[in-house]
Design a protein around this ligand. Structure first.
Ligand SMILES: [Zn+2]
Length: 289
């Protein structure tokens, strides 16, 4: 049971590492084709979006590094480095805010330039729409399977990039047909999406880093498991916190036994049962009286 759990954890970690490396690749391809396409076609909005993808590339690289580090346990960090994953999410949120600010500044306060080559601009945007749509859907499903906050944040971000590309497309057409204001509006919408996704990632990261409580649903599920155990006379408290992809649970129980040995065994049984029924529970500490 214990060994199988450890094995699954290692497998999940390898899988997360692989997916986060795919994201680095996707963002590399996106920045490359957007910047080249933007410069060749003369589209300011597409070039700006390329710069945005470049900052995404930096963020996804740091997610990859975060996932690699979070698996390390050491004497200095005996509780593990699970929260590195959340810390990395926090840093990428700021990278996203910075990219949003840069794009807004460039396009809003500079004179708009004409589109030189419409087919190239449209072709490149079409390609980025396809890549971001398919990849964000696939990554979101994987992130939910693996319960990984950094991969979920990444999938949400790439979904926002999909909408961004659609808006850039509208902006390119507007500019081409002589309405530069459409391009400026497109950029404002792009910036809104960028800030929104940054804010969501920031909120989630801060909650976990400051040890916000376990979610209501998990606590209810634990109570339900405890109620099925006849030796538990009373559940005094169920508390817990998240760290990275994992949950740490603490229980205060009134047990129906006078034997210290029996109480100790019961505490172990309860921990095993909770771990068996709930995914991603790393540790259950039981206090009993
Ligand atoms: Zn992005």
């Amino acid at each position: 049971m214990q060994a199988a759990g450890e094995n699954k954890k290692l497998l999940n970690h390898a899988e997360k590492k692989k997916i986060s490396l795919y994201s680095v690749g996707v963002n590399f391809v996106l920045s490359l084709i957007k910047i080249v396409g933007g410069v060749v076609s003369g589209s300011a909005a597409l070039t700006a979006d390329g710069v945005h993808s470049l900052s995404d590339l930096a963020a996804s690289l740091s997610v990859y590094v975060g996932i690699v580090i979070s698996n390390k346990k050491s004497k200095l960090f005996p509780q593990g480095l699970y929260k590195v994953e959340n810390l990395v999410a926090l840093v990428s949120a700021f990278a996203i805010f910075f990219a949003g600010y840069e794009i807004a500044k460039d396009v809003l306060f500079e004179a708009s330039k004409p589109i030189k080559n419409l087919p190239i601009a449209v072709g490149v945007i079409g390609l980025t729409v396809l890549i971001t749509f398919l990849y964000s859907r696939w990554e979101k499903r994987k992130a939910e399977e693996l319960n990984s906050p950094s991969l979920l944040a990444d999938a949400e971000h790439i979904k926002a990039d999909f909408y961004t590309a659609l808006v850039v497309l509208v902006g390119v057409f507007g500019q081409y047909f002589g309405y530069p204001i459409v391009e400026k509006i497109a950029v404002v919408v792009v910036v809104y999406f960028i800030f929104h996704s940054g804010f969501e990632i920031l909120k989630e990261a801060i909650k976990v880093l400051l040890d916000a409580s376990l979610d209501h649903e998990s606590i209810e599920k634990i109570r339900e498991i405890l109620e099925r155990e006849p030796k538990v006379k009373k559940v005094l408290a169920v508390t817990g916190r998240n760290a990275g992809s994992f949950k740490f649970v603490q229980l205060d129980l009134d047990l129906d036994t006078d034997s210290l040995k029996e109480a100790h065994e019961l505490a172990h049984d309860i921990e095993d049962r909770i771990k068996a029924e709930m995914p991603f529970v790393e540790k259950v500490v039981v206090h009993y009286q």
